[in-house]
Design a binder for this molecule. Structure first.
Ligand code: GLP
Length: 267
């Protein structure tokens, strides 16, 4: 059985506590750890809680290496909407990580192909990713691997799907200002992560999640590439569960770590 657990979180606090608890456990191992980190609304609570734990001295990032999953092509670290700026704002500026251990994608590179190669080399030099923490796009994308992306890909430039650009429209002054291309860690690199924690929250994610839980891979739904990963944990908003046709075991509530039964055996 490859799927470790689906945690159905009743509210935002629980969602953030479960996700940060999983990350905190890994950090407490004291080992050298490389993390691939997401942006978006979904992980903000996780970052808030893990920053709190770090400030209290309960966890440390001193021995971790941080990578991000994706970036807008053309965005510099100073671009307010950049994922670089996001991760600094929500996490990196508040934790005890040496700057030398942070490697974020440079969207403003003059040579995107060279940046992609250099990024892959940095991940390889770190010994690969120990935990990839993923958000989920409504169209099933993970990082910026849009529907139809190759599952054998390493870091690459990608044209953003219209649905993705529309989802990001509120962050920009007008629709035309939304970047047309992204640079993203590839699905092959994500799948090589020793652990994957997929965070599912927000409007319109039901179908993508149900495609994953249905257990059948399809390149039209990049998230289904995770099926069969040896150590996949899903943290999902309980309200996304409506369409999943899964039952809690008697006596358990939504916050309970759930034995997966039938669904997991298909994954
Ligand atoms: C963007 C990012 C993804 C992220 C997704 C979900 O498209 N490239 O990495 O997972 O948004 O964002 P949100 O959490 O805001 O729904």
């Amino acid at each position: 059985m490859s799927l470790q657990a689906v945690h159905w979180a009743a509210d935002q606090d629980e969602f953030a506590s479960v996700a940060s608890g999983i990350l905190a456990n890994l950090l407490r191992s004291g080992r050298e750890i490389s993390l691939a980190l997401p942006t978006g609304q979904t992980p903000i609570g996780l970052y808030r809680q893990i920053v709190g734990l770090c400030r209290k001295g309960d966890v440390s990032f001193a021995r971790t290496r941080l990578f991000n999953l994706d970036e807008y092509l053309g965005a510099s670290p100073d671009t307010p909407q950049s994922y670089h700026a996001f991760l600094h704002h929500h996490l990196i500026d508040h934790i005890d990580i040496p700057a030398s251990r942070v490697r974020l994608l440079r969207g403003d590179t003059a040579d995107p192909a060279a940046e992609c190669r250099s990024y892959d080399q940095a991940i390889e030099a770190a010994g690969g990713i120990d935990m990839a923490i993923l958000g989920l796009g409504a169209n099933g994308h993970i990082a910026f691997n849009e529907p139809g992306s190759s599952w054998n890909s390493q870091t690459h430039v990608i044209r953003l799907a219209a649905q993705t650009r529309a989802a990001h429209r509120p962050d920009f002054s007008n629709a035309d200002a939304v970047p047309r291309f992204g640079i993203t860690m590839g699905i092959a690199t994500i799948l090589q992560a020793k652990k994957i924690m997929l965070l599912c929250a927000g409007k319109g994610k039901e179908q993508a999640l149900s495609m994953l839980l249905a257990g059948q891979g399809s390149s039209a739904w990049p998230v289904t590439s995770l099926i069969g990963h040896p150590d996949l944990t899903i943290v999902a908003q309980a309200r996304l569960r409506g369409s999943q046709n899964l039952q809690s075991p008697a006596g358990q509530n939504n916050s309970t770590r759930q034995a997966i039964g039938q669904t997991a055996s298909r994954l």
